[in-house]
Design a protein around this ligand. Sequence first.
Ligand code: ADP
Ligand code: CDP
Length: 391
Amino acid sequence: MPSVGVCRWRSSPLSAVLRRSFVVDLLPPSRSQLCGAVPCDFPSPDAVGRRIRLLKIWWKELMVLGATTTAASGVGPLGPVLGDFPFAEKLAPPVVAPTPPAPPPVSPPANCHASRGDAAWAPPPHPSARRARIKRPPACLRLPPPHHQHTHHALPVIPPPRPPSSAHRPPSIQDRRAMGTVVDAPTVVTENEEVAVNMLGDKKVTVVFVLGGPGSGKGTQCANIVEHFGFTHLSAGDLLRAELKSGSENGTMIENMIKEGKIVPSEVTIALLKEAMIKNDNDKFLIDGFPRNEENRAAFEHVTKISPAFVLFFDCSEEEMEKRLLGRNEGRVDDNIETIRKRFKVFVESSLPVIEYYKAKDKVKKIDAAKPIAEVFEDVKAIFAPYAKTA
Ligand SMILES: Nc1ncnc2c1ncn2[C@@H]1O[C@H](COP(=O)(O)OP(=O)(O)O)[C@@H](O)[C@H]1O
Ligand SMILES: Nc1ccn([C@@H]2O[C@H](COP(=O)(O)OP(=O)(O)O)[C@@H](O)[C@H]2O)c(=O)n1
């Protein structure tokens, strides 16, 4: 049988409004077919009720498509989890509208470039899906036509995933999982522009990602940039350490990840960055130590719609960085030789590819960070000259 559905819900204490989200995690091939279906914010129990109903409608559709359920990860199969949802008992029993019969075969709309025989073409969404008011991928991108030898209920073959660089690619389930929010607006990240239409609405922001190995001097130079160029410094590591100290429900997880030099799941870090950016009136941000891997990068762009003006990359040898970290004396649990080596490995395996990604977009400004602090800052200043404070 073709598909697997797993549903779980989670809450986050990070937001003023308690956010709850369902994530329906569909393993391939159904994932690409139903991506964008369900994850959402639940600002109130009423909204939760509506989403439960939608989930049930979607679930029915999956069943119609011949899906089977298997607990693959998370809490378990969708059906039982719906029953377990903590707000469920506070709601009137959800009214699930009867699913209308399957629509008759239709021809592709005139404005769809594909024809019925094309693998890219699909009939419009089922009416119950339209009721759901949840943004699904455009029909042209979604269901390929049923495979000729297949019966009615067989899932069609799903085309291979589209390249991640496509500005119109619907966010994947992983991206949405990472966000914990629904992105109703089309995912458009303004490339090669210093400011983007973003989560801050009309407010245009300039974001610079500051990357480099542990101990390369990111924090030190960010302090200088703040002083001279009026940026706000958001250190992902500092935000995570503050979150762990705050007694958050994620505290233990964050602590363990930091001790092991591992990367905290994007949803946690992005929520912290997002909150910090929303709270701050400044429009120029240095985001230090983020994105640390491909997941961080893609999720951030999807959630915030912000593309960095450029990436400041502090290039330094491991030998020099190790020396600095061992002499940092900030009492950090991860500044010991064992964790430092793990962090170096993570940097090479996960963070360097992010730098390569931006390099391919001509957005990386590399600094020789092995030089003394003042000399490094001279190079930094040259890069930030266009952002000189005018006051
Ligand atoms: N260019 C430099 N030369 C020598 N020591 C430096 C230099 N830049 C930073 N340091 C020192 O190295 C340590 C790590 O720097 P830090 O800015 O905290 O790195 P990161 O934020 O990249 O982990 C700190 O003790 C800092 O004072
Ligand atoms: N985007 C990020 C940034 C930091 N972190 C965690 O925080 C730790 C410390 O990061 P940091 O940026 O403060 O310090 P450095 O490793 O750059 O010195 C990392 O080793 C990760 O465990 C993360 O998980 N995700």
